[in-house]
Design a protein around this ligand. Structure first.
Ligand SMILES: [Zn+2]
Length: 292
C-alpha cells in the first residue's frame, strides 16, 4: 500500500472541460444546466471523505443506463461524459487523466507495485475508487480516479461494499496511519524451498473499523497470494549472494545485512519487500542456514 498525493485538479473544473469537449450541443447544454446539482454531489463526496463513509453515498442500480441519477442526468450520460469527455478527449481532460495515471510512477498504490500497470505502450489503468457502475456521478472526479494495476483494478471490481468496515483503502484520502504504521507482516516457513506467508495484522489499539478495512483491502487485492508468489524474485538472488559474495559473513553479520533493507526508509513500511526483509531478520533459521 502506497500513499499518493491528492491530484491537484478541481472536480468542477474537470467536469466543465469534459462537458466543453462534447460534440453534441444539446447534451452539452444539459450538462451545463445540471452543473449546480452535480457540484453539490461532489461536495457530498468530499464530506464523506472526511468521515471515510463513501459507501453511504447515493448508489445507482446496476445496469439501467436510462435511470436518472443526478438532476436530470442519466447514468448512461454520466458514464459517456467520462468515456467521451475524458478518456477520448484530445485536450485538457485527457491530459489530466494521463497525469493521474502516471502519478503512481508505475507502482500501483493498492498493492504497492507488484502488478503490471498496463498493456505495452500504455500508461496503466485508472481505477474508479467508487465504481462508475454504481456511482456514475463521480466518474469524472479526479479524487475518484486512482492509478492501479490490472489485478487490483479487477480485484476491486465493479462493486463497492455497503458496509463501511469493508471499504478498501483510498491512496489519496485515507487516514495517515494506514501508510505510516506497520500492519503488514510476514513469516518465514523453513524448508527447501522455504515459504513466506503474509498477513494483515493492524495494531490492536486501532479503531475496529480501520482494522477491518485493512483486512478487507488485503483480501480484495489478494495480497497474500500475490506477495507470496513474488518473494522468489528477491530471495533467489539473495541466496545466491549468501553462497558467494556474502559467504564470509557470520549469521549475525548476515542478519545485519538483511536489517538494512528491512529498515530502508525509502521503501513503504507496508511494502512487500520491506516486510519480507523484516521477516528474514526475525528468522533464526534463515540467518543461520548455510544454503549449501
Ligand atoms: Zn495493484
Amino acid at each position: 500500500m502506497k500513499r499518493l498525493d491528492l491530484p491537484a485538479y478541481e472536480s468542477a473544473a474537470l467536469y466543465d472541460s469534459s462537458v466543453a469537449g462534447l460534440a453534441d450541443e444539446a447534451l452539452r447544454a444539459k450538462f451545463e444546466e445540471n452543473r449546480p446539482t452535480v457540484v453539490e454531489a461532489f461536495h457530498l463526496f468530499d464530506e464523506n471523505s472526511q468521515t471515510k463513509t463513501w459507501c453511504n453515498l447515493p448508489r445507482a442500480a446496476h445496469g439501467h443506463p436510462d435511470a436518472i441519477v443526478v438532476g436530470t442526468l442519466s447514468k448512461g450520460e454520466l458514464v459517456a461524459l467520462y468515456d467521451e469527455g475524458v478518456v477520448k478527449s484530445r485536450g485538457e481532460p485527457r491530459r489530466i487523466y494521463d497525469q493521474i495515471k502516471v502519478s503512481a510512477r508505475d507502482e500501483c498504490p493498492y498493492c504497492g507495485g507488484i502488478g503490471e500497470m498496463g498493456e505495452v505502450g500504455e500508461l496503466g489503468t485508472a481505477d474508479h475508487f467508487l465504481p462508475k457502475a454504481y456511482f456514475p456521478t463521480y466518474s469524472v472526479m479526479p479524487v475518484n480516479l486512482v492509478p492501479a494495476c490490472q489485478v487490483c483494478n479487477k480485484g476491486m471490481g465493479a462493486s463497492f461494499p455497503t458496509d463501511e468496515h469493508l471499504q478498501p483503502l483510498h491512496p489519496y484520502l485515507d487516514e495517515d496511519h494506514f501508510f505510516t504504521t506497520k500492519w503488514l507482516f510476514a513469516s518465514v516457513r523453513p524448508g527447501d524451498p522455504l515459504a513466506v506467508d503474509y498477513a494483515a495484522n493492524p495494531p490492536a489499539d486501532w479503531p475496529e473499523k480501520d482494522r477491518l478495512r485493512v483486512a478487507a483491502h488485503f483480501e480484495a487485492c489478494k495480497l497474500g497470494s500475490r506477495y507470496r508468489s513474488r518473494v522468489w524474485s528477491e530471495i533467489s538472488p539473495l541466496i545466491s549472494q549468501r553462497r558467494s559474495s556474502l559467504s564470509s559473513l557470520s549469521p549475525d553479520q548476515f542478519r545485519e545485512h538483511l536489517a538494512v533493507a528491512a529498515n530502508e526508509p525509502g521503501l513503504p513500511i507496508n511494502g512487500w519487500k520491506r516486510v519480507l526483509y523484516s521477516a528474514l531478520v526475525s528468522s533464526n533459521w534463515f540467518c543461520d542456514e548455510e544454503f549449501e
